[in-house]
Each structure stands twice: as C-alpha cells, then as structure tokens.
Design a protein around this ligand. Structure first.
Ligand code: TRP
Length: 446
C-alpha cells in the first residue's frame, strides 16, 4: 500500500503549525513571559528556539522523511538490529500521556464554548466564582465532554492524512490566525490595556533567573511539539522535493508569532479589567470568563475566544493521535479506522477517565505529591520529551552523520542551499544541541 503524503508546502506548514499552536501558546507562554522579565525572557526563548529547538526539529524531520516511517519504524529502518528502537518506544509514551490530559481540557473547552453560545457563561455562569471548580470536580459531565473531544479527534484522524489532517488544518489554521488577531486588536484598544503590554514586553533582566531558562526550554519543547516523534511522523508524509529547512524555520516562526499574539489578546484585557495575570486552567476558565462578564461585548467575544481555544486544542490533539495511529498502521498493518478505534478506546479512553477523575473524586490519590493529571503532564514534558529529543539529535549527529544530513537538507543535491548553512546546522545538531540539553538537565538535578 502506498504511504500517504501531504499535498504540498502549504499543507505541511499548516499541519505542523496546527500541532505546535495549542494550549501551550495560549495559557502558558503569555504568563511565563510576564513573570520572567518580559522582553528579556522572549530573547532567551528565541535563542533557545534557534540553537536547541531548530536542530531538534531538523533532526526529527531528517529521521522521518528519510525513513518514511512512524517513530518506532524509523529507527528500525535507519539503524536495523540496534537498540535505537527503544527510543522509538519511549517516544510513543509521550503522546499517549499528553493526549490523556489534553482531552480532559478539550472537554472543558467544549463545555465553556457551549455555555458561551447559549450566553449562559456571561449571564450567570462566570459570575459564579466557582463555576470551574464545580465542573472539574464533577464525575460524569467533564468525562462526557472529554469523550466528545476524543471522538472528534479520532474522527479527523480516521479520515487520513490528506482528507483529515490536511483538509481540516488548511481551513482551521487561517481562521484561527484571523480570530486571534481580531481579539488582540480589540483587546489592545480597551482603556487601561497598556499596562498589559508593559507586563508582556517591558524588558527586565533582573527577573531572568536560572529557573526562567529551564522554563523557557520546557515551554519551547512543548510548544514546538518536539521530542515526541510528532515531527518524525508528520515529516514521513513530506514529499521528497519539499525543503525541510524552510519547514522547520517557518513552523518555529509561526508558532512564536501565535504565542505573542495570544499574549497580546489576553494580557491587555486582563489588566484593563484590573485582574491578576495567571496561567493554566485558572487563566482560561476563571479569569477570562470573569472579564467577559464585565465586558459589554462579552457575549460575542466569549464565543470567538472559546472557539479559538477549541481550534488550537483540536489541531494539536489530532497530531498526538496521529503519532500512535501511524505506528499501529505501519507496524501491524491495521487499517486506519481500526487503529483509531482500538487506540482511542483501549488506550486513551481509560487513561483519560483517570485524568478526568483526578481533578475530582480521585484528587487525593497522588504520586510524588502530584495528582494523575499533573503527573502525566510532568513526566511527559520533563522526562520523556527531553530524553527523546536528546536521543534524536545524537542519532542524527553521530549515527547518521554529515552525508545523510546534507543529502536530506538539499534533497539529494537538487535544492539550492548554501553549503555553509548546512555545515552550521549540522554543527548545531552534532555539538551545540546535545551539550546544551545535557547541561540544562544537569543543572536541573543540582
Ligand atoms: N504543541 C502543543 C501545545 O502547544 C502540544 C502538543 C501537540 C505536543 N502535539 C505535541 C507536545 C506533541 C509535544 C508533542 O499545546
């Protein structure tokens, strides 16, 4: 059976950006920037994106397109009879863990979107200070909404690469961009909004601690969907005549633009209404609804806002499911539909149910002081993704070597790309990224 592929350059870009732009951009980036010294943090973030994340993304692209295989199969193909396929197995754990809590959040988003559409959110709901607490601690309601979110994700993935991922991303991502831009412009024209822009952009190098650097690294990994085999999987669908360097640069740039735009949409409004900036669920599900309740235009802005959050979340969630689906189809020869049904119902659903209950009846069940929801978040982002990313760059820099990198980045010599650029990128892959990641892990332990 012929392997599927993306239709063209634009399709690759929207699919990659669709995966990258998600909850990470909306609810963590703006807050991290504000708390860690504004523009000073942005500069650190950009440096990390350029010297650590770009080489990782290129390495994943090279592994994916060269092997034309899923994350596990890729190592089997490129390094047969070696232990490298263990890396492939560990990479498969990450998307499963992330999906388990992503669907729970996706469920909350659908609930809030529906409450916005019926205007219940602004008239009544949001003014109840514990609306979110009441939802998250219930047993059945959040689970049912999480299931709807999982079902939608599974539906899109079961349609395939071109008819599913590509078709929905092409339509949803431009829409997402213009809606976010619209809200940002509106938010920045509110009286008193300049305080929010100052929070975001005023450089303050004194707030830039060592901890801020860890946070920037973790955030960049999560936001760019690195270290989980996502880029390997999507790149296995990139045609041989597309430029990998172009894709990596433009995905990183677009993701950062989205994150900044999200900050400009959220923070000015937070300050204009005299609220405290926060992050995570409390920002999106408590602070922002309170703002909508106070805004004259709240009912309409609320619908657009939760639609934006929903689109950002679903295009990321499909990418997570695709990593595992592509593994099942390639390795076991299952049909896409069967793979999606089996993975979602037997693997993701049970874990999702536990995650959903962990904010309610199971909240007292903790491991290392974290409930299951937070534990999955921690293990995936701080352990699996970092280790796998390190393995990916070492694999490309030390096992595949320069010739393969040159071959892939220049499309077997048919692409006009400066040899100096390839040499620099290879140097980043072979030396800079592995050393920087190891150093940051080491510092984290101390
Ligand atoms: N990048 C997404 C976000 O910012 C999350 C995400 C989607 C992800 N796919 C991933 C993270 C794969 C790691 C790996 O919310």
């Amino acid at each position: 059976m012929k392997r599927e592929s993306f239709g063209g350059r634009f399709a690759v870009l929207v699919a990659m950006v669709g995966s990258a732009v998600g909850l990470g951009n909306l609810w963590r980036f703006p807050y991290l920037v504000g708390r860690n010294g504004g523009a000073a943090f942005i500069i650190v973030y950009l440096v990390i994106a350029l010297i650590i994340c770009l080489p990782i993304m290129l390495s994943e692209e090279i592994i994916g397109r060269r092997s034309e295989s899923n994350v596990y199969g890729a190592f089997r193909k490129l390094a047969p009879k070696s232990k490298w396929n263990i890396v492939g197995i560990i990479s498969l754990i990450t998307p499963i863990l992330i999906m388990s809590f992503y669907c729970v959040v996706g469920g909350w988003i659908i609930y809030y979107l529906m409450q916005s559409c019926t205007f219940h959110l602004v008239h009544g709901g949001a003014t109840d200070p514990d609306m979110f607490g009441k939802l998250a601690t219930r047993t059945w309601t959040p689970m049912i909404y999480a299931f709807i979110f999982l079902f939608l994700t599974g539906f899109i993935i079961s349609r395939g690469v071109q008819k599913g991922i590509e078709k929905y991303s092409k339509f949803l991502m431009p829409l997402l961009f213009f809606c976010t831009l619209g809200i940002a412009i509106y938010s920045m024209t509110l009286p008193g909004s300049s305080e929010g822009l100052r929070f975001l952009f005023k450089p303050d190098f004194s707030k830039l601690s060592l901890n801020a650097i860890f946070e920037a690294l973790g955030q960049a990994f999560f936001s760019l969907s690195l270290g989980s085999g996502l880029v390997i999987t999507y790149s296995s669908y990139i045609k041989k005549n597309e430029s990998l360097v172009y894709t990596a640069f433009s995905t990183s740039i677009m993701d950062t633009i989205f994150a900044l735009l999200a900050g400009m949409a959220i923070m000015p409004a937070v300050f204009a209404f005299g609220m405290e900036p926060s992050q995570g669920p409390s920002l999106i599900f408590i602070t922002i609804p309170l703002i909508f309740a106070k805004m004259a235009t709240g009912p309409i802005v609320a619908v657009i806002f939760f639609f934006v959050v929903f689109v950002a979340a679903i295009t990321s969630s499909i990418s997570l499911l695709e990593i595992v689906t592509s593994f099942a189809c390639d390795q076991y020869g299952w049909s896409r539909k069967n793979a999606v049904i089996i993975i979602t119902s037997l693997v993701v659903l049970p874990l999702m149910v536990i995650c959903s209950l962990s904010t309610g009846v199971l909240s007292n069940f903790t491991i290392f002081g974290k409930n299951i929801f937070d534990l999955f978040d921690y293990v995936s982002a701080n352990v699996c993704m970092i280790l796998c990313a390190l393995a990916f760059v070492i694999f490309v820099g030390w096992k595949l070597k320069y010739e393969s990198v040159e071959d892939e980045l220049s499309n077997h010599g048919s692409l006009r790309i400066s040899p100096a650029l390839i040499k620099t990128l290879f140097f980043l892959i072979k030396w800079v990224a592995p050393i920087a990641i190891t150093a940051i892990i080491a510092m984290n332990f101390m």
